[in-house]
Design a protein around this ligand. Structure first.
Ligand code: SAM
Ligand code: SF4
Ligand code: SF4
Length: 399
């Protein structure tokens, strides 16, 4: 007769949120809502805290130097651990996963993780919407493997068309042409091409810093107009504590769009789905008709128009900390219970419980403090004013 083994977990090793399971009102099969009634629909997973760029707004060289202590290999969640946690997130209503970092293509064999995640199904049985954000530096080598592994969508970051500006921003002398080659390689294997023959699954991200690369808004628009993908302008954000952010360097999206409209005829588009962070515009063609084949402009205005009310995303750090906001100071440890033998049900309940207590709305609170972009240098972190608490770095939890 075979013996039934009941795994035991030492609850003293679990973080407080995991022990307070009885207060979870989540019912299996139902979506979980946070304290502001926002569902959990998207998960961003950072697969490495390392990067081969030193973008001045993200990993400034002076801080992320040879002395900087990155996570050790044993601290990283394994692909199996990530996949297991992802299943729990999917059962709570997550429909979309974005792999990020650091630079996700630096994680060895990341395509193996992609092939594991691409097998997962959402609660409704639909395939997971799986995407990845990359600086494009390794895309030429990796595009085919990513596509073969089941990746259908991709976002590539590029902050300028002019080499000198791009190199000053990535701070490692990486050229624009190498990123463009990466984009071409992704296109060559059809990464981001949808069933209608449109590049709806390919996005280009440009972070705009006033006085640094705002002169590149039109050159970038001219280059990508007609190619079919979405070019997204992101307001420079006060993430982390090391980039020396100040309000003077934020160029509001309203200024970005009025600049583009001086040269291109645009049509405002409806949001694609719940939790959409970008305000989208399509291009008109020479007959004055909206033409999806020409591509799109997206504006991500997290500083001037906070979208916390619809924020449906959680973030999982490289070492398995769950963060509820990009601007959080601290995460909740999922790796300890995972490695202590917690069951899938237990992990799912634990995540539900953490999400259920979520109140985060950092950008909204920042707006309430009412700093005006471009005008003055202000301390805008409502929670850290007068304290020593530091926000987590974007390279650690992913953008
Ligand atoms: N290394 C990859 C890349 O750069 O695409 C993925 C990680 S990166 C943290 C994700 C996105 O966050 C990139 O598009 C990057 O430009 C953006 N980002 C980083 N720091 C930012 C900041 N301070 N403000 C706005 N966007 C930022
Ligand atoms: Fe690296 Fe991306 Fe951060 Fe640039 S934005 S330093 S590429 S993680
Ligand atoms: Fe979401 Fe936090 Fe950004 Fe608001 S500030 S949209 S809660 S990540």
């Amino acid at each position: 007769m075979s013996e039934r083994v009941i795994p035991l977990i030492d609850v003293r090793q679990l973080p407080p949120a995991a022990m307070a399971l009885s207060s979870t009102p989540w019912i299996a099969g139902e979506p979980v809502l946070d304290a502001r009634l926002r569902p959990l629909q998207e998960l961003r997973i950072s697969v490495t805290d390392r990067c081969n760029f030193r973008c001045t707004y993200c990993m400034p060289k002076e801080i992320f130097d040879n002395q900087y202590k990155y996570l050790a290999q044993k601290e990283l969640l394994s692909f199996e651990e990530i996949t297991r946690l992802s299943k729990s997130f999917l059962s709570l209503g997550v429909q979309k996963i974005r792999l990020t970092g650091g630079e996700p293509l630096l994680r060895k064999n990341v395509e193996v993780l992609i092939s594991q995640l691409s097998q997962l199904r959402t609660n409704s049985g639909a395939p997971l919407d799986l995407t990845l954000t990359t600086n494009g530096s390794l895309l030429k080598q990796k595009a085919a493997a990513l596509k073969d592994a089941g990746l259908t969508r991709i976002t590539i970051s590029l902050d300028a068309m002019q080499d000198s500006i791009f190199k000053a921003m990535n701070d490692v002398d990486f050229s624009v042409s190498s990123v463009l080659e990466g984009i071409e390689s992704a296109k060559a294997v059809g990464l981001g091409l949808d069933e209608q023959g449109l590049w709806s699954g390919m996005k280009i991200n440009m972070v705009v810093k006033r006085g640094t690369n705002d002169s590149e808004i039109l050159p970038m628009t001219r280059y990508f107009h007609g190619q079919g993908m979405s070019l997204r302008f992101i307001e420079y954000m006060d993430v982390g504590s090391t980039n020396g952010w100040n309000m003077r360097e934020v160029l509001p999206s309203a200024e970005v769009i009025s600049l583009i409209q001086q040269e291109f005829e645009l049509v405002k588009l409806p949001p694609k789905g719940p939790g959409e962070t970008a305000v989208r515009y399509g291009f008109k063609n020479s007959s004055g008709q909206l033409d999806p084949g020409l591509g799109e402009i997206g504006l991500i205005s997290s500083v001037t128009q906070a979208f916390c009310d619809g924020c449906n995303r959680a973030r999982l750090s490289t070492e398995g900390q769950l963060f509820l906001c990009l601007f959080a100071h601290q995460g909740q440890d999922l790796r300890t219970p995972l490695r202590a033998g917690a069951s899938d049900e237990h992990l799912t309940q634990m995540i539900a419980n953490i999400w259920h207590h979520r109140e985060d709305r950092y950008s909204q609170l920042r707006s309430l403090q009412n700093p005006t972009p471009g005008s003055q240098d202000v301390q805008t972190d409502p929670e850290t004013l007068g304290t020593q608490r530091r926000k987590v770095e974007m390279s650690y939890i992913g953008g």
